[in-house]
Every structure is written in C-alpha cells, then in structure tokens.
Design a protein around this ligand. Sequence first.
Ligand code: ADP
Ligand code: MG
Length: 249
Amino acid sequence: RQHIGKIKTGCTEFDEMMGGGIESQSITEIYGEFGSGKTQVAHQLAVNVQLPEEQGGLEGSVIIIDTENTFRPDRIQQMVEGKANELGIELDYEEFLKNIHVARAFNSNHQILLVDSAMDLANELKDSGKPVRLMIVDSLTAHFRAEYIGRGTLADRQQKLNKHLHGLQRFANLNNSAVLVTNQVMSKPDAFFGDPTKPIGGHILGHTATFRLYIRKSKGDKRIVKLIDSPNLPEGEAVLSVTRDGIVD
Ligand code: ADP
Ligand code: MG
C-alpha cells in the first residue's frame, strides 16, 4: 500500500479537522445546498494538488468530470494568483490550467464511462512529472437525480450510483489519488423527490464515501463545513471563507 497523500484546502481549521487535508486512496463527498461552495472547494483543490508537498499539494495533476458545466478557468486564475500572493512566489496560472483535465459528462452513463477514460489518462501520466493525484466529480448526483425520477426507479439509481462509486474507489486505489465528489441537497423536503434534504445515495453512498462533509452558508463569505462521517477522525466543524483568492481561513 502506497503512502497516503493529503491535499490542503487552504483553510487551517478545515485541514486540521481532516487530519491534514483531503486524503488520497479515499472518496470524499461534500454535500450542501446550491451556492454553498462545493464547486469552490473543488476548484481550490484542483489548484492546491499541483503544489509541492511542503506547500500543501501532491505535485500532481487533476481530472474533473464536470456534469453541470460549472468549471471556470477564470476562477482557477484568481485562485492561482491568490496562492502566489499568499506564498510570496510567482505562479503561472496557464501551467495550472494545463494540468487540469476537464471532461463534460452529458448523462449518467457517459459519466460512468468517463471514469474508464480517466483511468487511461492516469496511466499515460503515471511517469510524467505530474501524475494524476486528484479526481473530481462535480456533481456526482445531478444526472442521476434528473434521470431517475419517482419511487420505482430509486433502486436502479442506487445500483448504478454504487457501481460508479466503486469505479471511483478503484481509481483512487490504483493511482494513489484523492477523489472528491459533490452532492447537492435542497433546503426543504419535497414529496415528489423523496427527501432531498438528505444527500442522494443515502446509506449506500454513506458506506462508499470514506469521508462525508456537509457545507453550509454562514455570514458574508463564511461557510461552515462539518465532518459527518469518517473512519478515523472525530466529527467536527470548521469555518472557512470563500474570497476572490479562493478558500481561506
Ligand atoms: P455550489 O455549492 O452550488 O457548487 P459554488 O461553489 O458554485 O456553490 O459557490 C458559489 C458561491 O461562491 C457564490 O455565491 C459566491 O458566494 C462564491 N464565489 C464564487 N466565485 C467567487 C469569487 N470569484 N469571489 C468570491 N466569492 C466567489
Ligand atoms: Mg456547484
């Protein structure tokens, strides 16, 4: 078993709660309402993973499976500039963008297939200076939620999601990569969709994702992240800010 890597988030409290950062060889799920900051955290990790270990990264590249078309190169540029200011060094955002491999998933089947393509790309990059050390699926559940509507199809949805998660866990293990998945929840229960205030995937996802984080808005640019489920860490809460520079204390 290879040494477990940790990617820092940019927020000290958040990293401490996670025992140092987002772990490789594990799936970390972040769930929360629309606008809570899931995609911001994903963008920040896509930047941070590329840094050397002493700066909180794994000197790796990233694959993003983008299902909602929310990846923004401009946002990466802002975060790289923020990181350069923080560290007092020069960083070239275009270099960072080159190491972020984005694939759009058009439906849930396509999303599952993209994990195989990701595996091929990771194999190609294995002995390059920037092996894949982070895979992001943002959003894990949006296509599944849209395609499987109503009670009768929930078991099918669960089964497919489970298969997808096993593919992602395999990717994490074979590449010593971290996997971050996002999952949107709604603020109010909705009879038609079951209980969307709970992250979809329920127990099955709960047992497959190693770490589960709940993020919610607080005052101003503040967000509260709560560690809900972990095999080895106590539950806890951390406050972070989402600024132009990215995720900060
Ligand atoms: P979701 O959980 O739906 O993925 P996002 O991660 O997209 O939510 O968060 C969107 C929020 O992030 C915005 O409402 C805003 O508060 C914050 N945000 C996005 N971009 C910036 C930026 N450039 N500067 C400061 N805050 C930003
Ligand atoms: Mg989002």
